[in-house]
Design a protein around this ligand. Structure first.
Ligand code: HAX
Length: 434
């Protein structure tokens, strides 16, 4: 058994005990109440999910296993001479709650390597899709095509104790993660680079191998590592995490569950916002004849967007009430590596101009930028200008978190998710108006 799986197996009994005690002895303790507005308001703020992998504080932003983003970037081991940590080490942290040693990471790298071969039929499926398929449709379809490899399904069909469900879920999760960088890079090169594919390099880590298969030179491997780490997890109530969890709760295997979660990530209010940001920025640049706008021109463009009934992509958040630290981490990278980039300058101007306007408009509860307001700029700088593709990279990162979550769901015996719905009539009666 790998060191990672052994560590996980050691941790599971303790969690099972804690959860079983909570449910048995304190199962009737009230945590929250539900208001009618939440029935129609996307259940915003309703405390009804649990995860130990990350926690999102509205003022502070995300902590992965208790560590802030700057702490993760500082404490997680890095490849020799690198600026950003190993993605493999971050995954180890998400799954186990512990900062790994260099040798723990080496073990995960070797394990991923053994599992990384993408079957030819996945490439055949992708090549058979229409040229104008969205890259997210292709990514999700590739994962669904792989579903026949599920170890969970084989073992479930053979008859397996509930206590063991986490084991094949872990196997599926690892098998999937090991293949995602190649599948994602393949889609990019199929769609935008005339299907001129670059073979994986087995000597490289997750982030560097992805950069290599994309065909983009250094320091793109640094941004790939940063990007996958930043996008990995954001609590369990966001659409992609919640969908993955919900689908997995029916004991659908990790392939079905991740594919479903990615379909949620593909929505413009969620992960697709990074593509929308660049589209919006390009529209602005075109309008300005490819010159930077003045502040007044930018203000007018922002107001015009709002007055036409559209949202400012990359701004606002369902939970956060401050600038997203994932935005700040990317801004710091850009200040160091691409301070003179024209689009970065524009994105910085947008950061100055948009929050006061959203405050003045008075609708958005959070006028500050989220992760998606910045991710496209760096990609654009390094030559990934095909912004339709950006959400696929978000998806590779998000897989690290959502797959860790469903492995733990199985480990602690999370139940089939089945909340209760009421009719409008019933709610009117509860409200006392009927
Ligand atoms: N521009 C304009 N209006 C905005 C806005 C923005 N960026 N953010 C929120 N609002 C509006 C909402 O549309 C809503 O208007 P109505 O009352 O007319 O419906 C009002 O402000 C209140 O919304 P809220 O409570 O502040 O925000 P929600 O929790 O309902 O929604 C969203 C959160 C992220 C969906 C929202 O802020 C938004 O649409 N932002 C732009 C899209 C975006 O950046 N999405 C990515 C979010 C991060 C993420 O998940 N990445 O994957």
């Amino acid at each position: 058994m790998s060191k990672l799986k052994t560590k996980l197996a050691e941790k599971i009994p303790g969690y099972r005990e804690r959860i079983s005690r909570l449910v048995k002895e304190y199962g009737d303790v009230v945590v929250d109440q539900v208001k009618i507005s939440q029935f129609y308001g996307g259940m915003r703020s309703l405390k009804s999910l649990t995860t130990d992998i990350s926690y999102l504080d509205p003022e502070e932003g995300i902590r992965f296993r208790g560590y802030t983003i700057p702490e993760c970037l500082e404490k997680l081991p890095k490849p020799k001479g690198a600026e950003m940590p190993y993605v493999e080490g971050h995954f180890y942290l998400l799954l186990t709650g512990e900062i790994p040693s260099q040798s723990d990471i080496e073990d995960v790298i070797q394990d991923f390597k053994k599992r990384s071969k993408v079957p030819q039929y996945v490439f055949d499926v992708l090549r058979a899709m229409p040229d104008d398929s969205h890259p997210m449709t292709m990514f999700s379809a590739a994962i669904l095509a792989l579903q026949k490899e599920s170890v969970f399904v084989t073992q479930y069909n053979a008859g397996m104790s509930k206590m063991d469900y986490w084991d094949p879920t872990y196997e599926d999760g690892m098998n999937l993660l090991a293949k995602l960088p190649e599948v994602a890079a393949f889609i990019y090169r199929l769609k935008y680079k005339g299907d001129k594919q670059i073979k994986p390099n087995p000597d490289l880590d997750f982030g560097a191998n992805y950069a290599h298969m994309m065909g983009i030179k250094s320091p793109y491997e640094e941004i790939s590592r940063l990007y996958f780490i930043l996008h990995s997890d954001h609590e369990s109530g966001n659409v992609s995490a919640h969908t993955t969890h919900l689908v997995a709760s029916a004991l659908s295997d990790p392939y079905y569950a991740l594919s479903a979660g990615l379909n949620g990530l593909a929505g413009p209010l969620h992960g697709l916002a990074n593509q929308e940001v660049l589209r919006w920025i390009q529209q602005l640049m075109e309008k300005m004849g490819n010159k930077l706008p003045s502040k007044d021109e930018l203000k007018k463009f922002v107001w015009d967007t709002l007055k036409s009934g559209q949202v400012i992509p990359g701004y606002g958040h369902a939970v956060l009430r401050k600038t997203d630290p994932r935005y700040t981490a990317q801004r710091e990278f850009s200040l160091k590596h691409l301070p003179d980039d024209q689009i970065f300058k524009l994105v910085s101007m947008v950061y100055e101009v948009v929050p006061p306007i959203l405050l003045e408009q008075g609708k958005a509860k959070n006028p500050w930028p989220n992760v998606d307001a910045h991710s496209g700029v760096i990609q654009w700088h390094y030559g990934v200008t095909e912004y339709d593709y950006y959400t696929v990279m978000f998806g590779v990162g998000r897989a690290l978190g959502v797959l860790s979550n469903i492995i733990w769901d199985r480990a602690v015996g999370q139940a089939l998710e089945r909340p209760k719905s009421l009719t409008t009539d019933m709610l009117e009666k509860i409200a006392g108006i009927k």
